[in-house]
Design a protein around this ligand. Structure first.
Ligand code: MGD
Ligand code: MGD
Ligand code: SF4
Ligand code: MO
Length: 905
């Protein structure tokens, strides 16, 4: 019997801020979510994504039962867990026997819990005997891992969130915190509000919403960060703004770096970076004169063929000024995924081992092998994400296990990734949502429990470990990841090492945690003093937390001693190197990719909540208005975006935030929501030589207008996931197709498509059936000669479905009528007329985006308020926008700064 309104304290499953949530549920269903006031990451706050978690996860999109394909080309069908895992164990055992342990691989995720991670890692290294286990953190944090390790000696962000609030000068480089780490950004907004003297510098080629808080925005040319950081150091040296004593006592390698940065004069650097000498000087002065200096960075630095150099060049600035190990100071890398840190700790990148150890280090291998009770761990170098999928495509990997990540959307160079997955003899996908692009290729598809349904631990950006608690059971037969992995491992053991005691006799996640934590004993991250009980009694804790400790460790390196051989931190003198794809005539634009405020990666979860499409409804390429003019493009027109690897058709939009010569496309689009292979069909697989992290932010592209005169627009409310799945394949033959959700109280599927000529009548008829506009209370007008067709379904005096074919001039008008829940008197007259153009003044009025998702306030309402003379407080009071989660506040500030203020007499 469900009991109403129970509360379970857990964590948000999205970003690395690691907010605590209170899940309201009845023991079976999740009913609501609130910020946990006692969680030290967020103190009760949540952002637009966290606060809508309970609205996501439509069961129609979830995986409920295992599915197995018995031969390539056949359809998958439902099976039971026993058959599924027996089959998988047979396939893996046979592959390993025939082709050796390195013929199989595991590709996992920073969204797994620490316990899940640990089980996978032990499975790959101890049981299978391969280092072919890598995670999507390779696309995300691996440059930061290299930066911390080679500059400071260990992969440990030394700061706490309090340091951000206490700092006098903050450099935010390649991070759009306002979108990607919103609750931390709220904390920063409050700190800056209290101490307006605090200086904030943002380094980003785009003018993002994060810039709304900045005293200085350096819109550097893409990929030029290393030159910028060396240029800053050049000025710091020249002005004497360095800490000679700190350099002498706690570091090594400064002389070589000093020699290198001599060449990075202000004029040269301003030129490379495309900024003014004055701004460069101002930036160096803010840093050099600040009592405390902290830097925050994310994918703008890491996702680069110079990612390791960018990380170390930034850390150089902290070492040269002694700005580390003190309150408000230090190099603070923001982690993307909720447990990217846990993955690094448990050694879940191919080159690592648990407890911040190295797979290439014989001593480390022996330590872990001894602890696990196996003879030895493999010494062959494991494949990293890009290499791994190349090996799959080349046929070297014959069985691939993918968990909690969607490589057929998120890896660069998607044409090759899809080829690889199609060619792989045996692909297992362990997924919570069966709607993803990667699921399509699964020979065995395993339903995983997801947010609110599983237990374990996660580590956030500030090294803080939280206990993730289960609120409700997983739907149908979905199981938690640690359990799936351990169950499979036990079956594989019977085949690979029969008769020996099991390495995977775990009964619950706590047993995994207890085993894992001893591997951190006396390592830099020592968390062997922690337990689930301590986390429950004392709340989330920061490592190190060695045995016997009373509390965790908020700040590292206060004594200036670093975990290197000689205790000194190391300067690195890497010269600036330009991104791999230089601008050239054929591909003159640099394509930058990144996040939207309300979507998460491939949108398997956020894409189930119609309201989260209110802020940005569809994929569009951003270009500067000058760039549009030069190319004679109008906003809204469809263009083909081409790179050396593939192409994609999307509408263009004018965006002043993007500099001329550049383009921006959100990373979220894959083959499900947009026809084609998504954003990453364009990006390049070139990677950093040390971190092997690919350059996802700088691809050379060109755009050209496409003529696709035959257009389709459809909207249908109700059963959105089912209709989505049924309708999506019918749009494969259109040159352009975008499928998203819209609406709030009445979620609807929204489809826009275009092609050169009208599709077969039969295809349109099938689409109509699925839209429910083929029969029933449907008003229809078809003009076969002009190939214009209009259908509107009206139930209880309200529009419930729309389909326009041929041309779609009335789409925004009709969508407006649908959303207001009325049928205009003009509707019938318009429908019976041959033209599709909407009546009179209503021609194509666009409803505009929802700026404040919590209180449902549109951009147009905010602009109207500004025009009436309202300031931020006035807008908040009158419209209530920005008064709940606050995620829209930076954008409102930007509108305030743009709009001419009304003059009040
Ligand atoms: N809403 C939302 N939040 C998320 C996520 C999500 O999917 N949605 N994902 C999470 C994950 S896994 C991650 S890794 C983080 C990512 O968080 P961020 O890294 O903050 O997000 P991005 O938008 O990928 O990129 C940040 C910025 O880098 C800039 N940039 C591009 N090239 C350069 C360059 O050469 N130099 C500099 N200095 N900047 C550059 C881009 O213009 C962009 O504004 O977000 C996390 N949070
Ligand atoms: N162009 C471009 N590409 C990028 C980036 C970029 O900035 N630009 N960023 C890169 C970065 S930083 C990252 S982190 C990656 C992210 O790329 P992915 O890892 O592919 O992103 P997600 O869509 O979050 O994939 C996680 C999957 O796990 C599933 N899932 C959720 N919860 C669970 C669970 O508990 N168990 C299991 N088994 N499955 C679950 C989700 O449904 C989802 O399909 O994308 C990278 N790709
Ligand atoms: S900032 Fe938002 S997405 Fe990130 S953990 Fe907190 S609520 Fe979740
Ligand atoms: Mo990430």
């Amino acid at each position: 019997m469900p009991t109403p309104s129970q509360i379970t304290a857990s964590t948000c499953c999205y970003c690395g801020v690691g907010c605590g949530v209170l899940i309201e549920h009845d023991g079976e269903k999740i009913l609501g979510v609130q910020g946990d006031p006692s969680h030290p990451a967020n103190f009760g706050k949540l952002c637009s994504k966290g606060s809508t978690l309970h609205l996501t996860g439509d069961l129609d999109a979830r995986g409920l039962y295992p599915e197995l394909r018995l031969g390539k080309g056949l359809a998958r069908s439902r099976t039971d867990w026993n058959s599924a895992l027996e089959h998988a164990a047979n396939q893996f055992a046979e592959t390993i026997r025939a082709h050796g342990p390195d013929s199989v691989a595991f590709y996992i995720s920073g969204q797994l819990l620490t316990e899940d991670y640990y089980a996978f890692n032990k499975l790959a290294r101890a049981l299978v005997g391969t280092n072919n286990i890598d995670s999507n953190s390779r696309l995300c944090m691996s440059s930061a891992v290299v930066g911390y390790k080679r500059s400071l000696g260990a992969d440990a962000p030394p700061c706490s969130y309090e340091d951000i609030e206490q700092s006098d000068c903050l450099l935010i480089a390649g991070s759009n915190m306002a979108y990607a780490h919103p609750v931390l950004f709220r904390r920063l907004e409050e700190a800056k509000d209290k101490r307006p003297d605090m200086k904030i510098i943002v380094v980003d080629p785009r003018r993002t919403d994060t810039c709304e808080l900045a005293d200085l925005h350096l819109a550097i040319l893409p990929g030029t960060d290393v030159a910028l950081f060396h240029g800053i150091l050049h000025i710091l040296l020249w002005e004497g703004w360095i800490d000679r004593r700190y350099i002498d006592n706690h570091t090594e390698g400064f002389d070589e770096l000093k020699k290198l940065v001599r060449d990075y004069s202000p004029a040269a650097v301003a030129d490379i970076c495309g900024i003014s000498v004055d701004n460069l000087q101002a930036c160096a002065e803010m840093i050099g004169k600040a009592p405390s200096f902290l830097s925050l960075w994310c994918m703008g630095l890491n996702q680069s063929s110079a990612g390791s150099a960018k990380n170390s060049a930034l850390i150089n600035l902290h070492l040269a000024t002694g700005q580390i190990g003190r309150p408000g100071a230090g190099p603070f890398s923001l982690t993307g995924q909720p447990n990217a840190m846990g993955g690094r700790e448990t050694g879940s990148l191919s080159n690592l081992l648990p407890g911040h150890r190295e797979a290439a280090n014989a001593e480390h291998r022996a330590e872990v092998a001894g602890y696990w009770g196996v003879d030895a761990l493999p010494h062959n170098t494991g494949l990293t994400a890009i290499e791994l999928f190349d090996a799959v495509r080349d046929g070297k990997i014959k069985a691939l296990w993918i968990a909690c990540t969607n490589p057929a959307q998120s890896l660069p160079d998607q044409n090759k990734v899809h080829e690889a997955l199609a060619a792989c003899p045996f692909v297992v996908v362990q997924e919570a949502f069966f709607t993803t692009e990667t699921c399509h290729y699964a020979d065995l598809l395993l339903p995983a429990a997801s947010w609110g349904e599983k237990e374990g631990t996660v580590t956030n950006s500030e090294r803080r470990i939280s206990h993730v608690r289960r609120a409700v059971p997983a739907p149908a037969e979905a199981r938690p990841d640690w359990a799936i992995t351990s169950d499979f491992a036990r079956r594989l053991e019977q085949r690979l090492r029969p008769g020996l005691p099991s390495l995977f006799a775990f009964e619950n996640p706590e047993a995994l945690f207890e085993e894992y934590k001893q591997l951190t004993n006396e390592r830099d991250l020592d968390l062997s003093g922690l337990s689930y009980a301590i986390l429950d009694n004392q709340g989330p804790q920061q490592w190190p937390f060695p045995a016997g400790a009373a509390t965790g460790t908020p700040r590292l390196y206060a004594d200036g001693r670093f975990p290197t051989d000689n205790g000194r931190a190391r300067f690195h003198a890497d010269p600036y190197r330009a991104p791999k794809e230089k601008r050239e005539a054929r591909f003159p634009l640099t394509l930058n990719t990144g996040r939207l405020r309300d979507q998460w990666h491939g949108m398997s979860r956020t894409g189930t909540a119609a309201r989260l499409f209110g802020h940005v409804e569809e994929a569009a390429l951003s270009l500067h208005p000058d760039e549009l003019r030069r190319r004679r493009l109008q906003a809204g027109e469809l263009v083909k975006v081409r790179s050396r690897r593939g192409s994609l058709i999307v509408p263009v939009q004018a965006d002043e935030a993007v500099r001329s010569g550049q383009a921006y496309l959100p990373m979220h689009w894959g083959n499900r929501f947009l026809k084609g292979l998504g954003t990453n069909v364009l990006t390049l697989p070139a990677f950093d030589p040390l971190s092997k992290q690919p350059e996802l932010k700088h691809a050379g592209v060109e755009v050209e207008k496409v003529e696709l005169p035959w257009q389709l627009f459809a909207l249908v409310e109700g059963d959105v996931q089912q209709r989505f799945s049924a309708l999506r394949p019918l749009f494969d033959d259109f040159a352009y197709a975008s499928l998203t959700l819209t609406g709030r109280e009445r979620p609807a599927l929204l489809i826009k498509a275009a092609s050169a000529v009208a599709p077969e009548a039969e295809l349109l008829a099938r689409i109509d059936v699925l839209l429910g506009v083929d029969e029933g209370p449907v008003l229809a007008y078809d003009d076969p000669r002009r190939t214009v067709g209009k259908r509107v379904r009206i139930e209880d005096g309200r529009i419930t479905a729309i389909r326009l074919a041929g041309e779609t001039a009335a789409r925004d008008w009709l969508k407006g009528l649908w959303s207001e829940g009325k049928t205009d008197a003009e509707l019938r007259r318009w429908l019976l007329a041959p033209l599709s153009t909407p009546p009179g003044s209503a021609s194509g009025q666009k409803a505009g985006k929802t700026l404040c998702n919590c209180l449902n306030v549109s951009e147009s309402a905010v602009c109207a308020g500004i025009a009436r003379g309202l300031d931020l407080n006035g807008l908040k009071q009158e419209l209530k926008c920005g008064t709940s989660c606050g995620s829209c506040v930076p954008e409102i500030k930007r509108l305030l700064a743009q709009q001419p203020v009304a003059i009040t007499a």
